[in-house]
Design a binder for this molecule. Sequence first.
Ligand SMILES: C[S@@+](CC[C@H](N)C(=O)[O-])C[C@H]1O[C@@H](n2cnc3c(N)ncnc32)[C@H](O)[C@@H]1O
Length: 295
Amino acid sequence: MKQLFESDGCVSAGKTKLEIYLGDCVEGMARLRSKSVDLVVTSPPYNLGIKYSAYKDDRAREAYLEWCVSWGEAIKRVLKDDGALFLNVGACPSNPMLPHEIAKAFSDHVFRLQNTIHWIKSITIDDEESEESISRGHFKPISSPRFLNDCHEYVFHFTKTGKTPIDRLAVGVPYADKSNIARWAHTREESRDRRCRGNTWFIPYKTIRSRDMERPHPATFPAKLAEYCILLHGRHAGLVVLDPFLGIGNAATAACRLGVKQFIGFDIDPEYLEVAAAAHKTRVIPLNEIIGSPR
Ligand SMILES: C[S@@+](CC[C@H](N)C(=O)[O-])C[C@H]1O[C@@H](n2cnc3c(N)ncnc32)[C@H](O)[C@@H]1O
């Protein structure tokens, strides 16, 4: 079968029980048992006029924020008390406050903001020794006399208490200067050459030749972004992961790669879900097939 989306080495559902539902996520989450999900990794529509095939991405600002709070509350209901929501949101130069408005609405009404992560899509490092500039990653260039190219998005880490432990070293990195292994011993959870990665994650999109064939969706995140979120939350044998805005299924790919026990995804767009389901050799399930109501 043709490789339909970004994940390299298409994942079979393998150990992971995958449930991909066609329908509105608020309605869908209402059918799930309360406190039945460990982790939500998701990226909603950003209300920036992106051209989705079914969803219209241009609500009035207040209505949009109210809608965000409604699905935020639905997420909170299904999350376990030690669960977490990793919420990826981007902005555009004409609407730079949007991610912060969502974060404020959530922290006022629904969750505690525990960490703010910057997903870096492209970066240039000026190497002092070689005096060369090394550029990596991809971004959509902006032609403007006043705005910079937009090379990052946010990932807000929300929890119920703001005190939920995370597995920092699961996405840790080796020390560049090994003398720091002894110097920063008090910052290490274990005695090895690994430190916390911090809150800047450089995760480039894969280079693609045909968007229609390889990434048939206008606003995806790389599966690796979701993998980092799952790892940081902490893996255990019974992990249940949910993406209420599944798109073409990159969070499902991450869940399968990491062998989580169960993954649940919703989207209102049958075209995107068919791509996700095909990549995982499964089927799209109509919402009314969720067993019991509520579970
Ligand atoms: C930013 S995209 C998510 C893309 C996804 N992270 C990926 O990598 O493919 C947002 C998605 O939300 C979906 N959507 C919009 N309204 C929805 C709703 N009420 N319930 C479920 N999904 C919805 C859109 O169809 C779109 O695919």
